[in-house]
Design a protein around this ligand. Structure first.
Ligand code: ATP
Length: 356
C-alpha cells in the first residue's frame, strides 16, 4: 500500500465573539492509503465538518488552524500562525465536496459554465472548447448523460445533482477528495449510485483517495475501507470498516454502533439504545477522556488522564479499557458493565434491559 495522506496533530478552533476558543479539532492524526475511502463517523457536533474544512484547506474565520501538518504524496503543508496556504492546493491536491453542495451551486448557471469556472480558476489560459471536451468525456466515462451539461441545477434530480456536483469538485483530479455528508439528502438508490460513482472514480485514478464524512453508519460501512470515529473533537478509534463493526475497541464506537436502527448482525439481538447523555460542549470539554461522563466502562484514570493510543497507525483506539484489554472488542449494549466493575458512583447496569 502507498501512503496518500499523513495528517498529523491537527488543531483547529473557532474564535467566539467574546474571544474564547472552541477547539473542534484537537490533536487529530489520520492516514489515508492510495485508493482508500476513509470514513469519518461521529455524532453531530463532534468536529467532522471542521476536520473536513482543515483537511481541504477551506478554513475561514471564525475557524483558525492552530497547528499541525498535512503531507499529501510528499507535498507538505505546515499549519501555524504564519503559514500561508497555497492556492494551488485547493481543487487539485485536496478538494472539498461540502455539506449541502447541491443547493449552494449557482442556480443561474448551466452545468457546463459551472465546470468551466472551476477549470478557469485553476488555469487562466484554459480554452472553453477544449475544456468542454474534457468535461464531456469525464461525464460520459462516469455514465452520466451528456445532456446534463446543458441543464441548470434545478432541472436535475437530487441524486443526479449530487453526482454532477461531485464531478465538478473532482475536475482537477484532486489527490484527495473530502466529501462532507454527500449522501444525507439522498434516497437510498441515489446514495448507492453516488457511492458506486466514487468507487469508480477511485479505480479510474481520478482521485487518489476519499475522506467520506457522515453520521450515517450504514452508509459509512458500505462505502469505507477504514473508519475513523470522532468524539468531541478527537479521533477515538480508527479501524477497518468490517473490524470496527464487528470488534469496536472504544466504548464510544460500540455505543454508536448499538444506536443504529439497522444494525450489523452482531447487534441485531440488542435493543436499540441511544447513547446516554449528550456530547459535551467543546468550549469546556471534560477532563481526561472526553467520553468518560457517558462511558459504561469508565475507570478512575479516565476522569483525569488523557487516554493512551493503543494499536497501530492504521488501527487504534484511545482508551484505558482498550489498553487493559489489548485486541479485545468492547462488549456492546447495556450489559457492558458486567465485564468491568462499575465505580461506586455509577448506577448499576440493567441486564434485563439489554436484550429483546
Ligand atoms: N462558527 C462557529 N463558532 C463557534 N463554534 C462553532 C462554529 N461552528 C462550529 N462550532 C463548534 O464546532 C463543533 C464541531 O462542529 P462541526 O460542524 O465540525 O461538527 P460535525 O461533527 O460536522 O457536526 P454535524 O454532523 O452536525 O455537521 C460544534 O460542536 C460547535 O460547537
Amino acid at each position: 500500500m502507498t501512503r496518500l495522506l499523513d495528517a498529523r496533530n491537527l488543531r483547529a478552533a473557532y474564535r467566539t465573539p467574546d474571544g474564547r476558543l472552541v477547539r473542534a479539532v484537537d490533536d487529530v492524526t489520520l492516514h489515508v492509503e492510495e485508493g482508500e475511502v476513509l470514513g469519518v463517523a461521529g455524532e453531530s457536533g463532534s468536529g467532522k465538518s471542521t476536520l473536513g474544512a482543515v483537511l481541504s484547506l477551506n478554513v475561514r474565520a471564525p475557524l483558525e488552524v492552530e497547528s499541525g501538518e498535512l503531507d499529501v504524496e510528499g507535498k507538505r503543508q505546515d499549519f501555524g500562525a504564519s503559514a500561508r496556504i497555497p492556492r494551488t492546493w485547493r481543487g487539485s491536491v485536496v478538494s472539498l465536496l461540502p455539506q449541502g453542495a447541491m443547493n449552494s451551486i449557482s442556480p443561474t448557471m448551466r452545468v457546463r459554465e459551472l465546470c468551466f469556472d472551476v477549470i478557469r480558476a485553476h488555469d487562466r489560459r484554459a480554452r472553453y472548447g477544449e475544456s468542454m471536451d474534457r468535461v464531456r468525456e469525464r461525464i460520459t466515462d462516469l455514465g452520466l448523460p451528456p445532456r446534463v451539461l446543458d441543464a441548470y441545477p434545478h432541472q436535475l434530480s437530487g441524486g443526479m445533482k449530487q453526482r454532477v456536483v461531485t464531478v465538478i469538485s473532482t475536475l482537477l483530479n484532486p489527490r484527495l477528495l473530502i466529501a462532507d455528508e454527500p449522501t444525507s439528502a439522498l434516497d437510498v438508490s441515489s446514495q448507492r449510485a453516488l457511492m458506486d460513482m466514487l468507487k469508480e472514480m477511485l479505480s479510474a485514478g481520478i482521485m487518489g483517495g476519499v475522506i467520506f464524512i457522515t453520521h450515517d453508519l450504514p452508509v459509512l460501512r458500505a462505502v469505507s475501507d477504514r473508519i475513523a470515529v470522532m468524539y468531541a473533537g478527537k479521533v477515538v478509534e480508527v479501524a477497518d470498516a468490517a473490524d470496527l463493526a464487528e470488534r469496536p475497541r472504544h466504548p464510544y464506537s460500540a455505543a454508536l454502533l448499538a444506536s443504529v436502527l439497522v444494525p450489523e448482525p452482531r447487534y441485531r439481538t440488542l435493543r436499540v439504545t441511544g447513547i446516554p447523555g449528550s456530547p459535551p460542549s467543546l468550549a469546556d470539554p471534560p477532563s481526561g477522556c472526553r467520553f468518560h461522563p457517558r462511558c459504561e466502562l469508565v475507570m478512575a484514570q479516565c476522569r483525569t488522564q488523557t487516554p493512551p493510543v493503543v494499536g497501530t497507525e492504521l488501527r487504534h483506539s484511545a482508551c484505558f479499557w482498550a489498553a487493559e484489554h489489548p485486541g479485545e472488542p468492547v462488549p456492546v449494549g447495556s450489559a457492558t458493565r458486567t465485564s468491568t466493575p462499575a465505580p461506586a458512583s455509577e448506577p448499576a447496569p440493567d441486564p434485563a434491559g439489554s436484550t429483546r
